[in-house]
Design a protein around this ligand. Sequence first.
Ligand code: CA
Length: 295
Amino acid sequence: MISLEIPHPARVECAHIMNTHEWTRSRPRKRRSGLAVAMVALACGPWGCGPTKPGPTETLTLKSGIEMTFAYIPAGRFRMGSPADEPGRGKDETPHEVTITKAFYLSATEVTQSQWQAVMDDNPSYLIGDDRPVEHISWTQAVEFCRRLSEQTGRACRLPTEAEWEYACRARGGGMFFFGNRARRLRAFAWYQDSSGLAKTHAVGKKKPNPWGLYDTYGNVREWCADWYQPYPTERARDPAGPDEGKRRVIRGGSWGYIAPFCRSARREAAPPGRRTHYVGLRVAMDRHVAMDAP
Ligand SMILES: [Ca+2]
């Protein structure tokens, strides 16, 4: 029997209160002129500035013709963490400015079971389906997947850092989610407790993507990041990658068994690197290609 993934009863109670009151309250809509919309699109705010549309994608071909598509993530600056008044926030989400100095690619979807099978020749998943995200994998196995993927494709594949993950998830958007604070909109973008029906994962890429072309960043499976977990600094950071050692690795995005506040952009979780559950998978980062014969 599959149990819902509820990490701490107190948090659930708190989140439930939020769920039924403050954070689902809709804000009144304001009409904007075309010029005003354009100004908003071009403005630099606390959550970053720059393009909000998807960039060029890259596709890797794996064994048996299985493909893996990557979205382009531009370099930029954003505010990582959450403000003190964000509904459902954790104490470990100290807001601070982060600069991502290099553009990179991030797999448009969570790694599927067919993609995992093509690279690793096995499928450790509990909830079976070729197009479903692979799960029941440890952080160590996720890193090994990236290593073998790099070996097979000649591209530098790895887990994203926690900062890269949140930056890409937000895609210049502030608030609880990249689309703002109206949590009812989450159904259009995520498989989570209110939308996943029977408690299970779903085929990737069936919900709407974020502005940079990433699917299922919220919900479906939670995603391993490269970093050891540690409290955030308060000062500015450039390409933060976490401490050199620790006990737990960062996990992001919330799962199919989570309520909406646990799927927020800033929500942080972590687990020992050997832990395996059917709520956690991965998404792959890839550095930009540099031709070996470039002048
Ligand atoms: Ca996810």
